[in-house]
Design a protein. Sequence first.
Length: 94
Amino acid sequence: MRYGMCLRNDQLDLIKYVADCGYDYVEGRFPLFARGSDGEIENMLRLLRENSITCEVCNCFIPGELRITGKDVDEKAVKCFLRKKKKRWMKKIF
């Protein structure tokens, strides 16, 4: 079994602590990658590298204000969000 720790965007300073405690990975919050500045993203990636731990999963993929179920779904807005963000994540994360 593998163990991960979910961290908010304002808790990135805990990456070293999480790694030192023996966790296998951190779970990030997707809004950091979707809305964060390049500097914030680079800082997280640097902390992960320095502490030999990975960010294998992210939560909060779709922002709450963008409905993906029910009668208020705006399929065009969802597709637009995914297209715009995909370019950024693929460049920064993978």
